[in-house]
Write a protein that binds this ligand. Structure first.
Ligand SMILES: Nc1ncnc2c1ncn2[C@@H]1O[C@H](COP(=O)(O)OP(=O)(O)OP(=O)(O)O)[C@@H](O)[C@H]1O
Length: 350
């Protein structure tokens, strides 16, 4: 099932939240919606589900315009952040609820419920009350209930919030498995970038009442269209310079720019920390080498992060190393840092 949103605009009390937002997703896609708090992620999800009235715009599923359809007539399921399970009903009754609404007969309902319990690894829990389940188990039941009507589109609003890290991982794997097995189309709101990167096929970043950038994890992280996207995905190292005839001039060095075809002008060169390293010596093959001053040495779980500055850096750079000797380094000490010129990206300097 493909989804197409065209020029969606929505305001609350004259406060614009979404403006002329358009989005297309293909059947079987898994899209993550990311953005700062208040950027409109839940509002977009609820608009798709028909739970909010919007001022203008159209929503199509395949080629059918569903803009004015009642929420319960849409082949869409929504898993709310607070799950909204019925606490006084059993697991069985919770999953049976949407099936009753859709007038599915008892034999077929039983078949689906027991299959779903198996799918979410909750076989044997059918007679438990919701209050007798852990947070993670409740999430699984909410997911099973959402899948009961065999939706063509599954909307997940921060489905793993409130779970500890190992349960988050487990739930993530479960959703990924169900996505693949059932060929579901999924849109998931999340605050967790790593989760979005690991689970979804594309990501959309909401900003300024619309989709600021949409693309694969690689595009969002290594080929951001703006400083906003690059900052959102963190860890940017920037140096100012000028592009002339596909050659970038910065500090006292120059670099041929291959992949990006940009007009001449002022740009920021971006390098992700993974492609920046500490150089022991000024070796010939390491062309870009900077003499930088240590600002901070931070112990991270699996690596050491060094913040180092140079007069031409936009802000201090973040350099990661696994060499524990660097824990002994003091502030203001000088180190040589280099980067891999194959993994650079130019951003407009605004
Ligand atoms: N029912 C409502 N009435 C008035 N304003 C609302 C309503 N629902 C949301 N808003 C406002 O719309 C904006 C977008 O809210 P929304 O919940 O979509 O953001 P979000 O990106 O999902 O945020 P978060 O990440 O914090 O969940 C916010 O400024 C919010 O205060």
């Amino acid at each position: 099932m493909s989804l197409s949103i065209t020029n969606l605009s929505l305001s609350f009390d004259h406060e614009c939240v979404l403006e002329n937002l358009s989005l297309k997703i293909q059947s079987g896609e898994f899209l993550s919606l990311l953005g700062e708090s208040g950027s409109g992620k839940t509002t977009l999800l609820k608009s798709i589900a028909g739970l909010l009235d919007f001022q203008s715009g159209h929503i199509q599923l395949n080629d059918q315009d569903i803009t004015h359809w009642e929420p319960n007539k849409r082949p869409i399921s929504y898993v709310f952040q607070d799950l909204r399970l019925f606490p006084h009903l059993t697991v069985y009754e919770n999953i049976a609820f949407p099936l009753k609404m859709h007038k599915v007969n008892k034999t077929e309902a039983d078949r689906r419920i027991f299959q779903l319990l198996d799918d979410v690894q909750m076989t044997g829990f059918e007679n438990r009350h919701i209050s007798e389940l852990s947070g993670g188990q409740q999430q699984r039941i909410a997911l099973a209930r959402a899948l009961a009507i065999d939706p063509q589109l599954l909307l997940l609003d921060e489905p793993f919030s409130g779970l500890d890290e190992s349960l988050r991982k487990e739930m993530g794997q479960l959703i990924k498995k169900l996505h693949e097995e059932k060929e579901l189309t999924i849109i998931m709101v999340t605050h967790d970038k790593r989760e979005a990167i690991e689970l979804s096929s594309r990501m959309a970043l909401l900003y300024n009442n619309g989709i600021h950038q949409i693309g694969s994890a690689f595009e969002m992280i290594y080929q951001p269209e703006s400083r906003y996207t690059s900052q959102f995905f963190g860890g940017e190292n920037l140096i100012s310079g000028e592009l002339r005839n596909q050659v970038f001039y910065y500090a006292d060095q120059e670099l041929a720019i291959g992949e990006q075809n940009l007009p001449d002008g002022d740009y920021l060169l971006m390098v992700r920390p993974i492609h920046v390293s500490i150089s022991d010596d000024k070796k010939k093959e390491e062309v870009p080498v900077f003499t930088a001053q240590i600002k901070e040495v931070l112990f991270k779980t699996d690596y050491i992060e060094i913040e180092a500055d140079h007069p031409d850096f936009y802000e201090p750079w973040s350099v990661h190393t696994r060499n524990h000797d660097f824990l002994e380094k003091e502030k203001n000490e000088i180190i040589l840092i280099t980067f891999n010129p194959e993994y650079i990206w130019l951003l407009e300097r605004k």
